[in-house]
Write a protein that binds this ligand. Structure first.
Ligand code: FAS
Ligand code: PHB
Length: 397
């Protein structure tokens, strides 16, 4: 069967936060797009990932008319704890920055964006297979894919957006001779659980201890999200609930007697830790956004927000391209986006290297890490710098 020829202004690969938010923002500008996504809607809406939109991401969702449920159901947090030496030290985000974070899981953000796109009759091709990109340096790049009904399609577009995450196909369309990939693989991962338990604390706790890192987050008053540092090759299925709770309790223990409230664990898995950035983030008419171009360890809660920042920059540039025949900001997209990419890479590396036990660390490293944490929690200016980066700057800068 010959491929069915289709056409759109902006072809997008990937229905994650980057692809969906971009498609919605372009729709608001009257610009047509089609999203080609390999997973099903159900799979996307059920994948537990990030949990902390920055103020800038929240403001962007609200301004774009997709923030109602986020405002109703998201939990605004005005601070978080850094816990080390057996004591908790609160970083008062609102007092230090005037802004806050909202705990609202990424899969809920995706539900809201998918619902909005479909309500606006946006085109999302779920469960597409054999997806490939072609002619990215021509005036009309193409996306080839097979739809769930078995019909192959050739989608011609003016601009092609690679929002296909860290394991997608688009980055490879930038020739290796023109592309530089920057990597850091961490010697540990996060063992993440979801459990039916009440809140152990009203705000997030990032804990550093002799037995390793722990992060105590939440999904709702009755469902908690927790992580502890583990071997990246760890097999989550070999861990009993008792062993998981024993490790989590050890990682947050202190002379203040703090203990986590336990409950039934209904989801567990290991997340590898790595930092990655690709330069440039564009080639011809192909533009990468989100994890397709960069990924960060979740310690700084930045992955989702960095994807949103790329998208706000891209949406503005694409609007100028179509409505004002001006490609200046498309041409400078990489330079603009990379400013925040590297700032966030540094912050995510700092939070990760400060809070985790490194396998080869010696007592000097431990003392240095504790001194860094002491500085960040005792110096008002150091605390303010940490708080400013954590809550994030307005998107698009
Ligand atoms: P995504 O990976 O979210 O989306 C890419 C989409 O493209 C996916 O739906 C995929 O199915 C699709 N795709 C891939 N290849 C394709 C192809 N060939 N054809 C068609 N479609 C294709 N960030 C945080 O801030 N905090 C966290 O706690 C956190 N936890 C994470 C846990 C895990 C397990 C992972 C993997 C990431 C986590 N992140 C976290 C980072 C994460 O939130 C990303 O930053 C965010 O999803 C980036 O969004 P996208 O760039 O849209 O990429
Ligand atoms: C989460 O709730 O999943 C979460 C929160 C903060 C982080 C990372 C993950 O830094």
């Amino acid at each position: 069967m010959p491929a069915q020829s289709d056409r759109t202004q902006v072809g997008i690969i990937g229905a994650g936060p980057a692809g969906l938010l971009l498609s919605h923002l372009l729709h608001l500008q009257g610009i047509d797009s089609v999203i080609v996504e390999r997973r099903s809607r159900d799979a996307i809406e059920a994948t537990i990932r990030a949990g902390v939109p920055e103020q800038g991401t929240v403001d962007t969702m609200i301004a774009a008319g997709v923030g109602d449920r986020l405002q109703r159901e998201g939990a605004i947090h005005h601070g978080f704890d850094l816990r080390f030496g057996g004591q908790s030290h609160r970083i008062d985000l609102t007092a230090l920055t005037g802004r806050s974070i909202t705990v609202y899981p990424q899969h809920e953000v995706l539900k809201d964006l998918i619902a909005a796109r479909l309500a606006d009759e946006g085109q999302i091709i779920f469960e597409a297979t054999d997806v490939s990109v072609h002619d990215v340096t021509a005036d009309q790049p193409h996306i080839h894919y097979t739809a769930p009904d078995g019909i192959t399609h050739d989608l011609a577009c003016d601009l092609l957006i690679g929002a296909d995450g860290s394991h997608g196909v688009c980055r490879a369309a930038i020739p290796e001779t023109l592309r530089k990939d920057y990597f850091r693989i961490y010697p540990f991962g996060w063992f993440g659980i979801l459990c039916e338990a009440p809140l152990s604390h009203h705000e997030l706790i990032y804990a550093r201890s002799p037995t390793g890192f722990a992060l105590i987050s939440t999904r709702s008053p009755g469902v908690q999200r927790m992580y502890f540092q583990c071997d990246p090759a760890e097999d989550a299925t070999t861990w009993s609930d008792d062993r998981i709770w024993e490790r989590l309790q050890a990682n947050v223990a202190g002379e203040d007697g703090f203990r986590l409230k336990e409950g039934k664990i209904f989801q567990k898995g290991v997340i590898p830790m790595r930092s990655f950035a690709c330069e440039p983030m564009q080639h011809g008419r192909l533009f990468l956004a989100g994890d397709a171009a960069h990924s960060v360890p979740p310690t700084g809660a930045k992955g989702l927000n960095l994807a949103a920042n790329d998208v706000v920059i891209l949406a503005r540039a694409i609007e100028e391209f179509f409505h004002h025949n001006d490609n200046t900001h498309l041409e400078t997209y990489t330079a603009t986006a990379l400013k925040r990419v590297w700032r966030v890479q540094h912050f995510s590396w700092l939070m990760t290297s400060m809070m985790h036990n490194l396998p080869d660390e010696n007592e000097f490293d431990t003392k240095r890490q504790l001194a860094e944490l002491e500085l960040l929690t005792s110096s008002p200016t150091a605390s303010q710098t940490l708080a400013e980066i954590y809550v994030g700057a307005p998107l698009g800068t």
